[in-house]
Ligand binder design. Structure first.
Ligand SMILES: [Zn+2]
Length: 506
């Protein structure tokens, strides 16, 4: 299948290059340049018996399809299916939402997006029991590192009688409140997932991504269940998926000797993802100095330098990329030490708090960094947590200069997958400020296309030059000519993956 696309087309950014026409063949760009030559090429292909679609952009503008370097496809699918609790601003409102879900469907009730800072206090299992008596309920906090469970959900997970278990929040009298952290969140979600259709949820997530102009994602923490779903859905997916296995899934598959690279152009296993710490929201991100709003806490360290090095060495022997979640600066110290020890420039996920001395190490090692501009708006409590260290947060400009590649992502479902919104936030730094770390529109577009593709190790992604993937986002505005606010509100009129229309029309 081939296509001739005519109109205003950017083949890439930094430097920005504009052409009049593209010819795609199969899943690649064959030609990018002037219309006369493209039309001639199309005639010749037609003479060889190849049918060619002709697409006119009109007033719209084509850019390389956006790459979201770090999302959670399965959780996104579940979030689309479950309750969206972002913006819920009281316990009463939370209870109403749960009660409504209980009336609407049988089985597990799940949702995500709450934030105790917005609710006024931490929710409890007794809140959920009141809203949906006797039902198993799991509501994940906005960061994904904490959740609140109903009493029935706790019972099914065997957590009711459990005392002194790590990750279990308890009252002064030792009674569990229903709030759980980290590993227990994962266990609760696993229980919910046994009741869902993985393939259907992944397809639903991929359609949403395509509607936002996203054509390739790094899918993080993929386990056996989601991997099976991805492989089953591969022919129907509307985004390319590069899977980073969860550490557990990697250990299992590595034992069987499975090398990275399994899959096809749409779905491919490329790496392993592990966690060095938690989140700033839950005060589990590991900082080198205590939290400014809780002087007794420095967060948790989930993997030290030696552990990172050990996993990286094993992963590299089988060809896997290594991505490590590090939000606090001390967690980042460990990850960088681990990469140096293993002699591998892996990926750092989030890098929310970065000191100057760490920028130098990132640069020397050539480490790739993946950040989430949407956190600028969501982390409205950041000044409380970090105090005068807030200037070390979300240093996109410094990281773009230092890192082997800087890629943008949404971390969906933690944030909405919206590249245009991300570009707007990286340029304006609305919410946090710190103008010296702002990017230009073109730099931000680069980070969401080419930069993110390079973070995924995809040399053919995030560009529309000959040989690149024929993955295109068609926008209602020219992003390099529009004001940032108009970029944020622009429409994605169409999305093509492998030369095929997967969203909208032309
Ligand atoms: Zn994530």
């Amino acid at each position: 299948m081939a296509a001739l696309i005519r109109g205003r087309i950017y083949t890439g950014f930094m430097p920005a290059k504009r052409v009049e026409a593209l010819v795609t063949l199969g899943d690649r760009v064959l030609y990018a340049g002037d219309y006369a030559r493209a039309a001639r090429l199309a005639r010749e292909l037609r003479a060889c018996g190849l049918p060619i679609d002709e697409l006119e952009l009109g007033d719209a503008v084509a850019v390389p399809g956006f790459v979201d370097a770090h999302i959670h496809m399965g959780s996104l699918g579940m979030a689309l299916e479950g309750l969206d609790l972002r913006g819920v601003s009281s316990i009463e409102e939370l209870k109403r939402a749960v009660a409504e879900a209980a009336r609407a469907a049988k089985g597990w009730i799940f949702g995500r997006g709450w934030d105790q800072e917005r609710l006024g206090r931490w929710p409890t299992r007794w809140d959920l029991d009141e809203a949906a008596p006797g039902r198993p309920v799991v509501l994940v906090r906005v960061c994904g590192h904490a959740a609140v469970l109903s009493t029935e959900a706790m019972r099914r997970l065997g957590l009711l009688g459990a005392r002194g278990l790590p990750g279990l929040q308890v009252r002064e009298d030792g009674e569990p409140t229903g709030v759980v952290f980290e590993d227990l969140v994962r266990r609760a979600l696993e229980e919910v997932r046994r009741s869902v259709d993985a393939r259907a949820l992944l397809l639903r997530a991929s359609q949403l991504l395509a509607s936002r102009g996203i054509t390739m994602v790094g899918d993080m923490d993929v386990d056996g269940l989601w991997l099976a779903g991805l492989l089953a859905a591969s022919k129907e997916l509307s985004v390319r998926v590069r899977a980073y296995l969860s550490l557990d899934a990697f250990e299992q598959l590595a034992r069987l000797g499975l090398r990275a690279g399994v899959g096809d152009g749409m779905v491919r296993i490329v790496g392993v993802k592990l966690f060095a710490d938690g989140s700033l929201g839950a005060r589990t991100a590991r900082l080198s100095r205590p939290y400014s709003d809780s002087p007794s806490e420095r967060g948790v360290l989930l993997a030290d330098g030696r552990r990172v090095a050990e996993v990286a060495r094993r992963a590299r022997r089988l060809g896997y990329d290594v991505a490590v979640h590090a939000i606090g600066d001390e967690a980042l110290d460990h990850v960088l030490r681990g990469f140096a020890e293993a002699g591998y420039a892996g990926r750092v996920e989030h890098a929310s708090v970065v000191r100057d001395d760490q920028l130098a190490v990132i640069s020397r090692l050539g480490v790739r960094v993946v950040v989430q501009p949407a956190f600028l708006r969501s982390d409205f409590w950041l000044r409380d947590r970090l105090g005068d260290r807030v200037g070390l947060a979300y240093r996109f400009r410094s990281l773009m200069l230092a890192a082997g590649a800087l890629g943008f992502s949404s971390d969906a479902p933690v944030e909405q997958p919206s590249p245009l919104e991300n570009v707007y936030l990286a340029v304006t730094r609305e919410g946090l400020g710190g103008a010296h770390e702002a990017l230009t529109v073109e730099e931000a577009l680069y980070a969401h296309t080419r930069g993110a593709a390079l973070a995924l190790g995809e040399a053919a992604g995030g560009c529309l030059e000959p040989g690149c993937y024929a993955d295109v986002a068609v926008l209602s505005v020219d992003p390099l000519a529009a004001r940032p606010a108009d970029i944020a509100s622009a429409a994605v009129e169409a999305t093509l993956v492998a030369g095929r229309l997967v969203h909208g029309s032309l």
